[in-house]
Every structure is written in structure tokens, then in C-alpha cells.
Design a protein around this ligand. Structure first.
Ligand SMILES: C=C1C[C@]23C[C@H]1CC[C@H]2[C@]1(C)CCC[C@@](C)(C(=O)O)[C@H]1[C@@H]3C(=O)O
Ligand code: AKG
Ligand code: FE2
Length: 378
């Protein structure tokens, strides 16, 4: 498919123009203390109101699954099912990811974002790439900039290759070998956990237990460290604006500050940090893989006037050229297909070139896909 050619969907304005004025990605002064934040960060009145109510459930205990307890596994799958039918969000405890590894991953993230600007720039994201360091995505967007710095890199399993370690050494230098090692381990732990969650999701949907695990085994995922500096006008900006992740499944660990909010039953709810839990949300690609049965969770991150905040996010994705299609038994049961087949690489490219991910990415991607590739009617 030629993504460059006949797109009928206009890219949102803020994706189109390279600015000559305004926030510059070449220095970090836009986060510095000044009485007002630059206008590029300001969202419209009414868009930013913070949530007051907390979402406490569902918390899924994975202990039973790991110890092979069938009754406990069915119970966990049932919790996952109701969460995913309703909103696409849950937390897991007893996930068997080493708590020390999580702490060390947070420590290395803290150290990275504390580096002088000139050093962080060694890892600066190159145009057209998703990997590297970005300040407020100011090189990509012009409006409603996120009040955050990010560091993103890819993860896939490939024999003895250490892709993450290599990323750190090649972009930041040999002295980042240890950081690379930590994130290589962290990503591996996330990948292993994601395959467990894929089994639970399959059980919960009543399809072959190994279906999604097999689909994602050779996946190529995205790891991102988010750093949200304190913001002098937290009522005007977002750390990450409201969106559904275009990816398949997200595993997030937030520090103790708080700021993650999810949209449940027509209300924004806060997610109180708990250091023993990993936050899970479904993304658009899993929604398509479930034939629209399961929801892709709408969420956002608000910023804080006094405190900086950090989150570690692992976005589970299929291998790029894999065709995203729901299992046949699910389609048979439902009678119709909710979304056309697509390749993950096409949705990824859509979000990097034409459309800034929001709450309607999948819908707009589908429209765009069908307009450039109309189905054959005989
Ligand atoms: C495929 C992707 C697009 C984004 C990075 C990965 C996974 C999640 C997406 C994102 C985080 C959703 C919110 C908006 C976004 C622009 C951001 O604020 O970072 C998104 C990512 C992106 O395009 O960089
Ligand atoms: O930092 C958070 O809590 C949310 C981040 C997020 O939604 C994302 O990176 O996609
Ligand atoms: Fe997200």
C-alpha cells in the first residue's frame, strides 16, 4: 500500500507545518520556570479539567495463573473480560517482574533525564524515526504540545542480539552500557509478561488459549520512558493528551506522584500509583484483533505544579508486516468483521506521518485505509 499517495484524510494541522517561530526543539528552555507556559502547550478551555474520582478496580492477581491453578486462572480471565468489555483497563499484581529491576529501571530513567541537554541530544530522535530522545515532540507538532520529555527505543527478540544495549551504546556511548543492560532486561521481562497476558486475553475471549501468544511471540515492541517536569500552569496543559494507544497492549509502571487518568463510564478517573502493580491497557490493534469486542482504553496524563513525574511504558506490538486479523472462531460467532485486515506497519506509519494518535485513531485509520484500498464488490 502506498501511504504517501491518495490519502483522502487531511493530516491534522499541527502535524503539517515545520515552525519557524515558537517552541524550538533545540533547547529545553520551554520547560523552565517562567510565569506562564508557552502558548504551544495550551489546550482549549474545558479540555483540561482534572478528574476527582479514583478508579480502584480491577486488580488482577496473576499468582493463580503462574502456579497453574485452573480455578484462579478462570477467575482472573473473568475479571480481564469484564474490564476489557467495559473500558480496556486493569492492573496486575503478583506479576513476577522483579521489583528490584523496576526500581533500577526508574533510577536509570531519572539519571538520563537529569543529564545536561547537550548529552540528551546525542540520542535525539531523527526525523521520521520513533527511536530516541524528544522534548515535547516540538519537532513533530506545533499545537497542544505534551509537557514531557521522552526516550523511546525498540525491542525484539532475535537470537543473541541485544538490541536495547546496542541502542544505548551507539547513541549515548559506552558509559551507557549498564543502562542498556538494565533496559534490555526490563524489556525482556515486559515481553514475557505480555505473552502471559495474551493467554489470559485468549481465555477471556473463549478462543484458542495460545492464539494471541503465538501471534505476538515474534513481535517488535516499543519501550518509552516518560519524564513530566513540574508545570507552572497545570490547568492549561497535558503531560500526554487524551488518546488510545494505537499499539496492542500497554504495560506501564508509574512512580508515586500520580497523574494517569482513564475514561470509564463517561468520566475521567485517577489511577492511584501502587508500586507493586503494573498498569495494563488495551490499544487499538488489540481492539481490531478482538473484532471490536474489547475496548481500547482512552487515557491521559496530567501534570503537576510542584512535582516531576516519571513512567515506564512498554507498548506491545506485532511484527511489523504481520496482518492484523481476528481469530476465525470469534468472527464466526459474531457473523461480521468490524475492521478490515491491516498490517501493523501501516497503522504505525499512519500515526507517525499523517495522524497524531488520539481517541479516534482506529476509526480514522480504517476510513483512510478503505479510501485508498476500496474493497472489491462483485
Ligand atoms: C505508535 C506509537 C504512537 C505513539 C508512540 C507509539 C505508542 C503510543 C503513541 C502515543 C504515546 C499516544 C499519545 C500521543 C503520542 C504522540 C505521544 O504523546 O507521545 C503518541 C506516540 C507518538 O506518535 O509518538
Ligand atoms: O505517563 C503516563 O501515565 C501515561 C503515558 C501514556 O499514556 C503513553 O505514553 O502512551
Ligand atoms: Fe498511552
Amino acid at each position: 500500500m502506498d501511504l504517501g499517495a491518495s490519502t483522502l484524510l487531511c493530516p491534522p494541522l499541527e502535524l503539517t507545518d515545520k515552525k519557524e517561530h515558537g517552541v524550538s526543539p533545540s533547547d529545553s528552555s520551554f520547560f523552565k520556570k517562567q510565569p506562564n507556559i508557552p502558548m504551544e502547550f495550551i489546550w482549549a478551555k474545558g479540555e483540561v479539567g482534572h478528574a476527582h474520582e479514583e478508579l480502584r478496580e480491577p486488580v488482577v492477581d496473576l499468582e493463580g495463573f503462574f502456579s497453574g491453578d485452573e480455578v484462579a486462572t478462570q477467575h482472573a480471565a473473568m475479571l480481564v473480560r469484564s474490564a476489557c468489555l467495559n473500558h480496556g483497563f486493569f492492573q496486575v499484581i503478583n506479576h513476577r517482574v522483579d521489583p528490584h529491576l523496576i526500581t533500577v529501571a526508574h533510577d536509570h530513567m531519572e539519571a538520563f533525564f537529569k543529564l545536561p541537554w547537550s548529552k540528551k541530544l546525542r540520542a535525539q530522535r531523527k526525523p521520521g524515526s520513533l527511536w530516541g530522545y524528544s522534548g515535547a515532540h516540538a519537532d513533530r507538532f506545533s499545537l497542544k504540545l505534551p509537557w514531557k520529555e521522552t526516550l523511546s527505543f525498540g525491542f525484539h527478540e532475535n537470537g543473541s542480539e541485544s538490541v536495547v544495549e546496542d541502542f544505548f551504546k551507539s547513541t549515548l556511548g559506552e558509559e551507557f552500557e549498564q543502562t542498556g543492560l538494565v533496559y534490555q532486561k526490563y524489556c525482556q521481562a515486559m515481553k514475557d509478561l505480555s505473552l502471559v497476558l495474551m493467554e489470559l486475553l485468549a481465555i477471556s475471549l473463549g478462543v484458542d488459549r495460545l492464539h494471541y501468544r503465538k501471534f505476538f511471540e515474534d513481535g517488535s515492541s516499543i519501550m518509552r520512558c516518560n519524564y513530566y517536569p513540574p508545570c507552572q500552569e497545570p490547568g492549561l496543559a497535558f503531560g500526554t493528551g487524551p488518546h488510545c494507544d494505537p499499539t496492542s497492549l500497554t504495560i506501564l509502571h508509574q512512580d508515586q506522584v500520580g497523574g494517569l487518568e482513564v475514561y470509564v463510564n463517561n468520566k475521567w478517573r485517577t489511577i492511584r500509583p501502587r508500586c507493586d502493580a503494573l498498569v495494563i491497557n488495551l490499544g487499538d490493534t488489540f481492539k481490531a484483533l478482538s473484532n471490536g469486542r474489547y475496548k481500547s482504553c482512552l487515557h491521559r496524563a496530567v501534570v503537576n505544579r510542584y512535582k516531576e513525574r516519571r513512567s515506564l511504558v512498554f507498548f506491545v506490538c506485532p511484527r511489523e508486516n504481520k496482518v492484523v486479523t481476528p481469530p476465525q472462531d470469534l468472527v464466526c460467532r459474531e457473523g461480521t468483521r468490524k475492521y478490515p485486515d491491516f498490517k501493523w506497519s501501516d497503522l504505525l506509519e499512519f500515526t507517525q506521518k499523517y495522524y497524531r494518535a488520539d481517541d479516534a485513531t482506529l476509526q480514522n485509520f480504517t476510513k483512510w485505509l478503505l479510501s485508498s484500498n476500496p474493497p472489491n464488490h462483485h
